[in-house]
Design a protein around this ligand. Sequence first.
Ligand code: ZN
Length: 131
Amino acid sequence: MSSHPDLVAAAVAASSRAYAPYSHYFVGAALRGDNGKIYSGANVENASYGLCICAERAAIIAAVLDGVRTIEAIAVATSTSPPAAPCGMCRQTIAEFAREAALILTNDRGERLDMKLSELLPHAFHREDIK
Ligand SMILES: [Zn+2]
C-alpha cells in the first residue's frame, strides 16, 4: 500500500481552514482523483446545524465538479487520538466514487491508520442496487 504522504500533508493543512465555531472539531480531507490531482476540503459548520458539511464531502464535491469520477485514495485529518474515521454519510459518499479506495486516517500528531473503504462500509448501497 502506498503511503500517500502528499495526501496526508494536504489533509492536515486543510483542517486548519475548517469553519467550526460551534464544535471546535477541525477536520481536513484530501483525495487524489483519477486525473492525478489532489482536492482538499474541510468541515464547514452552520448555525443551523443540519447544514454542516463534512471535510470528506467538501473535497469530493470539489473533485466531482472538476470532472473526477473515481477516487484513488483519501486522507482524513483530525486532532483526535486515535484518528477518527469518516461518518456514515461520508462513507457512503466515498463508496459512490471508489469501492476500494485507500483510506488514510491521520491526526496532527502524526498518528495514522490505513484501511480500505470496504472495511468501514462492507455492504454499501451501489448503483446496481437501484432497479
Ligand atoms: Zn462525514
